[in-house]
Design a protein around this ligand. Structure first.
Ligand SMILES: *[C@@H]1O[C@H](CO)[C@@H](O)[C@H](O)[C@H]1NC(C)=O
Ligand SMILES: *[C@@H]1O[C@H](CO)[C@@H](O)[C@H](O)[C@H]1NC(C)=O
Ligand SMILES: *[C@@H]1O[C@H](CO)[C@@H](O)[C@H](O)[C@H]1NC(C)=O
Ligand SMILES: *[C@@H]1O[C@H](CO)[C@@H](O)[C@H](O)[C@H]1NC(C)=O
Ligand SMILES: *[C@@H]1O[C@H](CO)[C@@H](O)[C@H](O)[C@H]1NC(C)=O
Ligand SMILES: *[C@@H]1O[C@H](CO)[C@@H](O)[C@H](O)[C@H]1NC(C)=O
Length: 753
């Protein structure tokens, strides 16, 4: 078989925490106040002056903490209950949220998806105790605190894995947390015979694998942070699960042969859950050419749950990878946390901006000079000890380059485009603020009016509780999956943007000017980071329901996912001007571990069911053999794979007929709730189509009883709207179980790759 170069799906990734609260008078708390700026009286020259006036009317302005003009509209202030109450009565007040609570130490992404030590999935599953999560990635840094084995039960006797000997790695590198580590580079060497591999062992020189495995199952680490951002206690989603690393991704490349070998061994070693944050990014290949699809079919046959990343090639349709029907495919969402810096002008006006700049800045005010387009390095050098202000004329990147060449002390870049929060900017290697036109005008006006304009920066601000969250991030690949469009993908979302997790200490995480910085933690983004969140949560489900099939676990995760954000509005799509996302972007929504433990009903499927589906897809017996390792005559065929979601194509663009077409889906649900219950169907959305469910009521007398139903969609041969979506939800009589399946009808047509 030809070897294929795989693409590593990543950018960055995972945990966040609260800062200890600073000392405050006991009766006062710090709040973030959100304001509606359309209510601002014209008399005020700036939002800041409006907020200060409002504060002075209820209290004293020394209680002001920050004014926010960019990340949100509003301010923060330390207020007593009655002062807050008075503020609520002010015109323009929208809402307030407490700043960080007292002494809460938590990994933020776990908290964001609802995991808590007081109730729900963590205590119910004993934090994933005893479950083994295999991770195929760049290796692992075994000395990372995330893999200490304090409080972890001993290695399960069924485990057949081991810790392979290699460069700076041997059996003593493993413990009860990291119970296996292997490496695969024969394919790499075969393809590159002259290559000298410096770390021929499971040890991670890149950081990516250390990151993903600590997201899935990292133990508790106090004092984790990224240079003062996201400070707190780091931990994985299943902090008591075991981890096994299968290193198949090398800095020199990734080969199918190595990846398949890694998965192969993982199945044999006895992992319960497999997390795969890489995939083939060749569009429209058949499943049998996709090494991940092939290698993981066997996993499903063995009852191993496999979760894989959707890819970082969004936001266009058809960009999704790893969409084989036996996988759970994960898209990436933002969380309710932001990282910021603050520019304080000599006038005391403060402008916050997204930033991950790792360094410090002198507290004193230094001169601020407006340099227009910042086109000349020579001119910039003359003012290098000032903070220069540049307004976007050509491209921001050339302005940044000029500022770097001139070695300016600091810079403010003003741009009308929405790139001010792009990751390359917030990761600036020198003190810099990227701000929009409105804030930019405030700065320019100030410079022009002041005889001695000055400014100063502060960094390392972590803001928790931003709304709305989650949003689907732009880079997350979108469905449909070209190789198998009749299954709706992605399945769901997990936190993937700016996740804090462990990192290889020999791999630089960022730089200040030209000096590289190293750290035991890194904050990165990608569907690579979203994926191990799901692996960890699947381990929690597995700990509670060890007998559930991979399809049942997937069903539990999909039908309980949350399609609403923290404002209770629909989850929005950053790439589409924050309009509501469809299931082609977000699947069923954000993973909800607490509900996933008791889904009420599950859509189960066996390996045999996937084969019947491949037969109905007209896969040849040879293709099917490649995937399943065995011969099937395809006497039994069925497009009705028992999947917990629905997608239907109304894309006959050549049809002139006005006749409607009807598409039918048969599904079987299994009652996994306690005893008898009756469910009623509830349909939502699907504007312009006729939707029927038969029967509309399902009666279960016993646990594990199955019931069948039919969903029919009636629509035009060619749907003019690209995507119409909605859902079918089965709700039991007392409302305890809400089993929701997303539905998509689409006019999309796959162009030949
Ligand atoms: C806020 O307004 C309500 C009703 O409009 C009033 O009862 C209350 O006393 C006001 N609170 C303060 C602190 O002004
Ligand atoms: C195993 O590796 C550790 C850490 O790299 C090293 O200190 C130790 O000497 C090695 N033991 C053997 C038997 O090679
Ligand atoms: C910034 O200041 C803090 C506190 O003084 C210090 O711990 C940290 O090392 C400084 N950061 C850098 C990058 O110098
Ligand atoms: C499979 O082939 C049959 C017979 O040619 C055809 O009717 C059907 O539409 C094909 N199915 C798919 C999924 O292409
Ligand atoms: C086809 O399905 C029938 C009924 O479910 C079953 O009895 C039979 O064994 C299946 N045949 C094959 C070849 O899988
Ligand atoms: C379900 O509905 C049937 C028929 O209406 C009824 O006899 C039965 O008691 C119901 N079961 C439960 C658990 O409510």
């Amino acid at each position: 078989m030809a070897t294929l170069t795989l693409k590593l799906v990543s950018t960055l990734l995972f945990t966040i925490f609260y800062l200890d609260s600073t000392l405050q008078t006991p009766s006062a708390e710090t709040y973030i106040i959100h304001m509606d700026i359309s209510a601002m009286p014209k008399a005020f020259s700036s939002q800041h002056s409006w907020y200060m006036s409002m504060l002075s009317s209820i209290s004293d302005t020394s209680k002001h903490v920050y004014s926010y003009t960019n990340s949100l509209h509003g301010f923060s202030a330390t207020l007593t209950a009655s002062e807050l109450e008075a503020l609520r009565n002010s015109s323009g007040y929208v809402s307030s949220t407490r700043d960080h609570p007292l002494r809460v130490h938590t990994t933020h992404t776990s908290q964001f998806i609802g995991l808590s030590s007081s109730s729900g999935a963590w205590p119910a599953s004993n934090y994933g105790e005893g479950v083994i999560i295999g991770v195929v990635d760049t290796g692992i840094w075994p000395e990372s605190e995330s893999f200490n084995d304090q409080g972890i039960t001993k290695v399960p006797s069924r485990w057949k894995g081991k810790c392979m000997y290699g460069t700076r790695f041997n059996s003593s590198s493993c413990n009860n947390k990291l119970i296996g580590a292997r490496f695969y580079n024969k394919g790499l060497i075969a393809n590159n015979p002259k290559l000298k591999i410096s770390m021929s062992s499971p040890r991670d020189v890149s950081g990516h694998g250390t990151h993903t495995s600590s997201i899935a199952a990292g133990n508790y680490v106090r004092g984790a942070s990224y240079f003062g951002y996201a400070t707190g206690v780091a931990r994985g989603m299943a902090p008591r699960a075991h981890v096994a690393m299968y290193k198949a991704i090398w800095r020199y490349g990734v080969y199918s042969s190595d990846v398949i070998a890694a998965i192969d061994q993982a199945l044999q070693d006895g992992v319960d859950v497999l997390s795969v944050s890489l995939g083939m990014s060749v569009k429209g290949i058949f499943l049998e050419d996709d090494p991940i699809a092939i290698a993981t079919f066997a996993a499903i046959e063995k009852g191993i749950f496999v979760v894989a990343s959707a890819g970082n090639d969004g936001p266009l349709y058809w960009t999704l990878i790893n969409g084989a029907p036996w996988l759970l495919t994960v898209g990436s969402a933002t969380t309710d946390r932001k990282f910021e810096g603050i520019l304080t002008l000599g006038s005391q006006v403060q402008i916050s901006f997204a930033s991950l700049y790792p360094g410090n800045f002198s507290l004193r005010q230094i001169p601020l000079v407006y340099m227009d387009g910042c086109e000349s390095v020579t001119e910039l050098k003359k003012v290098k000890f000032n903070i220069i202000v540049c307004k976007d004329k050509l491209s921001i990147s050339s302005q940044v380059k000029n500022a770097v060449s001139a070695e300016v002390v600091g810079a403010v870049f003003i741009s009308g485009s929405s790139i001010s929060e792009s990751e390359s900017h917030i990761r600036s290697s020198f003190p810099a603020a990227f701000i929009g036109l409105r804030d930019g005008q405030t700065v320019i006006d100030y410079i022009q009016k002041s005889s001695n304009p000055t400014g100063s920066f502060q960094f390392q601000k972590t803001v928790i509780g931003t709304k709305p969250a989650p949003k689907i991030d732009s880079y997350s690949s979108r469905g449909p999956f070209p190789s198998c469009p009749s299954i709706l993908k992605p399945d769901l979302l997990a936190p993937g943007s700016l996740v804090l997790a462990s990192w290889s200490p020999i791999s630089s995480v960022t730089k200040i000017r030209s000096s590289l910085l190293f750290n035991n933690f890194n904050l990165i983004s990608g569907t690579s980071m979203a994926t191990p969140h799901v692996a960890g949560v699947a381990a929690l489900v597995k700990a509670v329901h060890p007998d559930w099939s991979p399809a049942a676990i997937r069903s539990a995760l999909v039908t309980t996912a949350n399609s609403l954000d923290n404002t209770l509005g629909p989850i929005k799509d950053i790439a589409n001007n924050d309009l509501p996302a469809s299931p082609l972007e977000m699947g069923a929504g954000l993973i909800n571990p607490n509900r996933a433990l008791s889904p009420g009903l599950v859509y189960d499927a066996t390996a045999e069911d996937y084969i019947k589906f491949l037969c109905a897809m007209n896969y040849t017996t040879t293709q099917i053999r490649i995937i399943t390792k065995s011969y099937h005559n395809c006497i039994n065929r069925s497009m009705d794979l028992n999947y917990p979601s629905f997608i239907s194509f109304f894309n006959n663009v050549y049809s002139n007929s006005n006749e409607n077409v009807v598409q039918e889906f048969w599904r079987t649900v299994t009652n996994v709730g306690e005893g008898g219950t009756n469910y009623t169907a509830k349909l939502e959305g699907m504007e312009g189509l006729k939707v029927y469910v038969e029967p509309e009521r399902l009666e279960f007398k016993n646990k594990y009883e199955k019931q069948r139903y039919k969903l029919s969609l009636e629509g035009p041969k060619w749907l003019e709207k690209v995507v119409v979506y909605g859902s079918l939800t089965w709700v039991n009589d007392d409302g305890k179980y809400v089993v929701r399946s997303p539905i998509v009808a689409t006019g999309l047509v796959l162009e030949s790759p």
